[in-house]
Design a protein around this ligand. Structure first.
Ligand code: TXA
Ligand code: MG
Length: 345
């Protein structure tokens, strides 16, 4: 299959978005930008589209997809038992990086929800995404547009790298803004529960809806507690090289990494991921700067992991960030990429 990679300059009366929506209506797949990461979209109400998505990504089909909508009124067409608190969050944060889980209505095929009787729903804020959803009939199932297991794509070029030849079209809307996938909140449990940390945090939700739990499965240091979002149980975002997170005082971190580079430097290709302020500690080794503030680090993380692959790094050492606010989501993705490999110094 030939994959068309198409730049989108403006969304109004875009011929390209129209073509993309026709593909989706026909049951085909189109990758498109959202504000979090690029998504691989298919019609959420056509069972065959979901099978195509699983096949293109090489993703296990028990891992449910998020249904993307373009207006709040459409939520009740696919979900039931929607609590008032969910509408409060929708009014504050939609369109935006928030996914909510509800009981599903029968019109949503089992293929889309990986056989679950619940459905995850999000209204993204990217103008290309919103226009595409609108023109495609209102309900687009879209996981991140990467091959299963690889870092999520934050640029159209990343999608092309993974899915060229497997899908008919990629809409290129430039680099995404946030860089980490949406926060997932489960509204089918008694107390709303965060199943995947993201840009929006428990601290953002609490003043509006009160208590919010965090699924113990995503913060457990051992794997005995299963996360409730099926996708969170898989090793993910993993670069080809072995990634180790080094956590602790800055100087000790630099000393530890330097000693590892000295130990392996001759026999292995080593790459270091560091904060801008600490770059001076790593001038003697191959390194990539993630940024300084949490938003910069979030935006650069997945791209940096892909660069490690391009450079064929055998060993990757990353500085840790504080697990507070957006830092929690960053560390969640880093830990999954590292397969839990953390050294405390
Ligand atoms: O930001 C995002 O959410 C991006 C963009 C494209 O919108 N999408 C995304 O989709 O990250 P994906 O498929 O890569 O991740 C969806 C996650 C998986 O961990 C999946 O297991 C979980 O959501 N999920 C989906 N439906 C669920 C459900 N009914 N119950 C529990 N977890 C669910
Ligand atoms: Mg994903």
């Amino acid at each position: 299959m030939i994959t068309k990679l198409i730049k989108i300059a403006q969304t109004s009366e875009s011929e390209e978005i129209k073509q993309a929506s026709e593909l989706i209506r026909q049951g085909e797949l189109v990758a498109f930008p959202t504000e979090t990461v690029y998504g691989l979209g298919g019609d959420a109400l056509q069972p065959d589209a979901a099978s195509k998505i699983y096949a293109a990504k090489g993703r296990p089909s028990d891992n449910p997809l998020i249904v993307h909508i373009c207006k709040i009124e459409d939520l009740k067409k696919i979900a039931k038992n929607i609590p008032d608190k969910a509408y409060t969050l929708a009014e504050h944060f939609w369109p935006g990086p928030l996914t909510m889980i509800f009981d599903k209505k029968d019109c949503v095929p089992d293929g889309t929800t990986g056989g679950m009787d619940t459905v995850a729903v999000r209204m993204p804020s990217h103008p290309v995404a919103l226009e595409l959803i609108k023109q495609s009939g209102g309900f687009i199932a879209a996981p991140s547009a990467n091959t299963s297991g690889r870092p999520s794509p934050t640029k159209a070029a990343h999608v092309y790298e993974d899915l060229n030849g497997k899908i008919p079209m990629i809409l290129d809307g430039g680099a995404v803004g946030i860089g980490l996938e949406s926060t997932i909140v489960d509204f089918t449990s008694q107390v709303p529960t965060i199943l995947r940390p993201g840009f929006l945090t428990a601290e953002d939700f609490a003043p509006l809806i009160g208590e919010v739990f965090i699924d113990p499965g995503i913060i457990a240091s051992d794997s005995s507690i299963k996360p409730k979002a099926p996708g969170m149980k898989y090793r993910h975002y993993a670069p080809g090289g072995a990634l180790t997170i080094v956590r602790g005082d800055n100087e000790r971190t630099a000393e530890y990494i330097t000693s590892q580079v000295q130990k392996y430097g001759e026999s292995k290709r080593v790459m270091v991921l560091c904060l801008k302020d600490h770059e001076k500690n790593f001038t003697h080794v191959q390194h990539l700067v993630l940024g300084n503030d949490m938003q910069e680090i979030a935006a650069n993380l997945f791209s940096a992991l892909r660069i490690c692959d391009e450079k064929k790094a055998d060993l990757i050492y990353s500085e840790a960030v504080e697990e507070r606010g957006l830092g929690r989501a960053i560390m969640n993705r880093l830990k999954k990429a590292a397969g839990g490999e953390i050294v405390d110094v």
